[in-house]
Design a protein around this ligand. Structure first.
Ligand SMILES: *Cc1c(COP(=O)(O)O)cnc(C)c1O
Length: 377
């Protein structure tokens, strides 16, 4: 949300054009909430959510580890001061030469979801630890993750057997219950599955020691979400139910929940118009849209809170769109967005809870619009 520090920064610096401002105090608070409520769990920040060097440096200082998806993200974590033993190469889709590169950097923890990937790792990163990503249905998530990553429970057994046979350490399992997951019981289903796979592998004398609980922890947008405490209780309840007194080492990989509410985008109203004289719905065009970093409005999935300088007065429904010449560049139309009737061209709006998945999603220069500028304070 817009903290006083962010408001003061915007008032003083008056940056030109759309920009994201991230308050590091909020990131620190989010990290501390995770460590306080999940003290036994190792935190691997999902770098893709926001890889700003200031954020990575703060998290290094606080003791975080890092979930990365590419050599470039590994490099960013290293540049921020993370040692390679605190970096996981968590993408299940990696070129063999990128695996070799990560291995040279000292990374020894890799995600897999297929035998072919295990074979690459055995060749390019011998002796490393691997964890197998298992499919989950992602039901209930506001930004679900489809079937792109993970394999079935049965297949995970074969993948881990192959890993062990090739001299890798069959270390654990991972799953991701879908991003922005408001249902705390989603981890229960996934952990029930995980414990069955642990047992199936134990019967083959392969003893896994880690469960990677993934991300999915939400940011508060317009609707209330459960607290981290409620997630922690649901997760530990599920671990006890399914693993009894042999609870494995656990990892979480929060992205959105670490940085989402730490950032605010300042934007300007470029045009307010209607499609016909009598149309009750105004079209409000901003200087930022889907290509400027708000890609998570795809299918109107993520609905950001928007503050205007005219809040408090009467509101009426609006379609909100971006400034580019692509007709896809509409943020909210199926479900219109109420904005003040007195809103005017030139007004500055604050799009809140935009610290995650914005700067990295913004295009390089579609229509000549520069990538989203970010200030980390
Ligand atoms: C994107 C991603 C995350 C972060 O997910 P959030 O829902 O933003 O917390 C964690 N783990 C993996 C493997 C991811 O791909």
């Amino acid at each position: 949300m817009a903290t006083q520090r962010i408001l003061d920064f915007l008032a003083k610096a008056r940056p030109e054009g759309p920009c994201l401002v991230v308050d590091l105090d909020v990131v620190r608070r989010n990290y501390e909430t995770f460590t306080r409520t999940l003290p036994e769990t190792n935190i691997f920040y999902a770098v893709k959510a926001n890889p700003a060097p200031e954020i990575l440096r703060l998290l290094v200082e606080l003791g975080s580890s890092f979930d990365t998806a590419s050599v470039a993200e590994i490099q960013m974590a290293l540049d921020a001061g993370a040692t390679p033993d605190r970096i996981s190469y968590g993408n299940t889709i990696k070129k063999e030469r990128d695996i070799a590169r990560a291995f040279e950097f000292g990374v020894r923890l890799f995600a897999v979801d297929s035998v072919a990937e295990v074979e690459k790792i055995a060749r390019a990163a011998p002796g490393s630890r691997v964890f197998c990503r298992v499919l989950t249905d992602g039901a209930g998530a506001e930004w679900p993750l489809s079937r792109k990553f993970g394999c079935s429970r049965d297949m995970a057994v074969g993948v881990m057997e192959r890993a062990q046979a090739l001299g890798l350490e069959a270390f654990g399992l991972s799953f991701h219950v879908g991003s922005q997951q408001p249902d705390t019981s989603a981890w229960d289903r996934a952990l029930a599955d995980a414990s069955r796979t642990f047992k199936a592998l134990a019967r083959k004398k392969i003893r896994l020691s880690m469960v990677n609980l993934g991300g999915g922890f939400p940011t508060r947008y317009l609707k209330d979400v459960p607290s981290v405490d409620e997630y922690a209780q649901a997760i530990f309840g599920a671990l006890r139910r399914h693993f009894g007194n042999r609870i494995p080492e656990t990892i979480i990989e929060p992205g959105r929940a670490m940085v989402g509410d730490a950032g605010v985008i300042k934007t300007e109203v470029v045009l307010i118009s209607r499609k016909s004289e009598r149309d009750p719905v105004r079209w409000v065009y901003l200087d930022i849209g889907k290509f400027g970093g708000l890609a998570e409005t795809m299918d109107e999935a993520i609905r950001y809170p928007i503050r205007t300088p005219r809040d408090g007065g009467a509101v009426a429904p609006c379609v909100i769109a971006g400034p580019t010449c692509d007709s896809m560049d509409v943020l909210y139309e199926k479900v219109t967005y109420p904005l003040p009737i007195s809103l005017e061209i030139g007004d500055e709006l604050l799009i809140e809870a935009t610290g995650a998945y914005t700067t990295t999603y913004s295009s390089v220069a579609f229509n000549g619009f520069p990538p989203l500028q970010a200030y980390v304070i």
